[in-house]
Design a protein around this ligand. Structure first.
Ligand SMILES: [Zn+2]
Ligand SMILES: [Zn+2]
Length: 286
């Protein structure tokens, strides 16, 4: 049995193993060396953020039972997608697939910040007033469904090997938990890691209440896209201790930290001056 066959045959065990393994390591690190003091108790955070994660997994299983792996298998059988059309060595196909899927996630993340209706969904991730390992998996159910549809479209065009989809999802899940962790890390280590993976200090900037900071560092896994496309920001203005995390308008604990409030968050409030099409037009004077 090749490593490729092993991964495909043991997909569920590998996913769960990495999820609980990385979660346990990051949760322990947060307790031993926290970066910031939490504003809401850890118990409330874990129950509600993880409650949303389990609810989403359940809904996703119901709506898309075969998930991304099923779509990759189907594309393979049909011969759909660039990597199925051309004869590409498996290793090359895996590397290309992981990089392309990550780039699409970056573009998707920029899009959900720019389009007003999609920002309503994505703000559930940002409204968390604290930043820890459970923030990394906290997304509104409709955003999770949107992500899956975008992934399906990417798979149909790209035709990645099944094993590449499994590797990508496991790695993305692991890095999201890592870089949302409330952990203290030596500055030098952060500097080096930042060239290969998005670090906690890098992604924390993205969770600032300041609009210009929140519109930086969109990467979840590979850190290169932000540098290549001009959305990279090194540090928050107020420093990692002084910065405020969350969204200005949404600060009530019931709304941002309890599950019913989180699920309702996209549907409240008026359309405000947030996103891409709301910029003041100067009138052409200059
Ligand atoms: Zn975001
Ligand atoms: Zn985030």
């Amino acid at each position: 049995m090749t490593i490729n066959e092993f991964i495909v045959a043991n997909e569920v065990a590998i996913r769960l193993g990495f999820f609980f393994g990385i979660f346990a390591v990051m949760a322990a690190w947060e307790i031993l060396a926290p970066k910031r003091a939490l504003t809401v108790s850890k118990t409330v955070r874990w129950i509600n953020n993880l409650g949303l994660v389990f609810f989403n997994s359940f809904v996703l299983r119901l709506v898309f039972p075969a998930a991304a792996v099923g779509m990759a298998a189907f594309a393979g059988e049909q011969g759909w997608g660039l990597l199925n059309y051309y004869q590409v060595p498996l290793f090359v196909a895996i590397v290309v697939s992981v990089i392309v899927l990550d780039f699409i996630i970056y573009l998707q993340h920029v899009m959900v910040h720019a389009v007003p209706a999609l920002w309503r969904l994505h703000r559930v991730h940002h409204a968390d007033p604290d930043y820890d390992v459970t923030t990394g998996a906290r997304f509104h159910t409709f955003e999770i469904i949107l992500s899956m549809l975008i992934k399906f479209a990417t798979i149909i065009v790209l035709g990645p090997p099944i094993v590449a989809v499994i590797i990508f999802e496991v790695v993305l899940n692991a890095t999201a938990m890592f870089n949302h962790s409330n952990v203290s890390m030596p500055k030098g280590l952060d500097r080096v890691l930042r060239w290969f993976v998005v670090t906690p200090d890098m992604h924390r900037v993205h969770h600032s209440v300041e609009d210009d900071e929140a519109n930086s560092n969109f990467g979840f896994n590979l850190p290169w896209w932000d540098r290549l496309f001009g959305t990279y920001r090194d540090q928050p203005r107020g420093g990692h201790q002084g910065m405020t995390i969350g969204i200005h308008q949404y600060r009530s604990i019931k709304q941002v930290s309890w599950l019913p409030g989180m699920l309702a968050l996209p549907f409240i409030g008026k359309v405000n001056s947030y996103a891409i099409n709301r910029r003041e037009w100067s009138g052409g004077d200059e």
